[in-house]
Ligand binder design. Sequence first.
Ligand code: BMA
Length: 338
Amino acid sequence: MSSHPTQHKSKLYVDELPNIPWEDRPANHSEVFWRSSNNPIIPRDLLPSSNSIFNSAVVPFKGKFAGVFRCDNKSRYMRIHRGVSNDGIHWKIDDDRIHFKSSVDGKELFPFEYGYDPRVCWIEDRYYITWCNGYHMYPTIGMGYTYDFNEFYQMENAFLPFNRNGVLFPRKINGKYAMLSRPSDNGHTPFGDIFYSQSPDMIHWGHHRYVMGTLPYSWQSTKIGAGPVPIETSEGWLLIYHGVLTSCNGFVYSMGAALLDLDEPWKVLYRGEQYLLSPQKPYECVGDVPNVVFPCAALVDSKTGRLAIYYGGADTVTCLAFSYVDDVINFVKHNSIL
Ligand code: BMA
């Protein structure tokens, strides 16, 4: 792998982001992704109240950055909090959780139970937030939106329990909103495939399609789940996702990638056989849950093809890794299991 920026080839249907957080590929680094030298960029104790801050989502916002962060507090309650940053690396996170209002009467739509693993997706005129939302003590896909990262509005849960890893596509596909999700159980779910659903209004979801599942014996043999919002390219939707294997010592969460058909995203065009990032650094191997790399957000600069991935390390801290979109696409195409 060259240490120079890759010649940019595929077309990226995203905006330019000249201030994307970035570090050049280290000399002699041969992997597709390289980690930030500032990792973990968010320590577990950034907030006085926090036990851990991880699996979090970040978007460009008014020339700077904003995000929704998974903060487990010292009661070990799982919460999602708002954060803002000038550079995408140093974050100011609210000490209190996000209090969603119903767009109808201003109250919370459901009594808040728990929330975790948020994703944030700009569609048309606002930032939509999806997260794993406790409903009668069962996990399902919570949905909300904000225009300004000040007021947050809650929508209906997308699905019945049990479901996790709900990830929206950044535009309508064939005239419908689209989402990936991973039906699950009420525990730590020793199974799980990615499904596609669509909706005319972000409330009623249907037209469910199977996208892809586990691959025996591999890093993605136990379960998989969508990670960041898919990135639209001329080669297809670039989906970065997590895959899990079950070792003698429990689950191991790694990150990989696939390309989905632009018009029928339940059709997988290419799927990387090897992982792209696996828990190898101390902050990924040691923490509240060891051996976890869990990507939840991607920033892209269409001009340079630079890609920055935000991921949780060991269910404890938030980290950054870098690559070029074309390097990931080339890897997926040339190492595809399909
Ligand atoms: C999943 C979710 C994630 C977590 C992962 C590893 O089921 O709970 O939030 O990162 O397990 O513990």
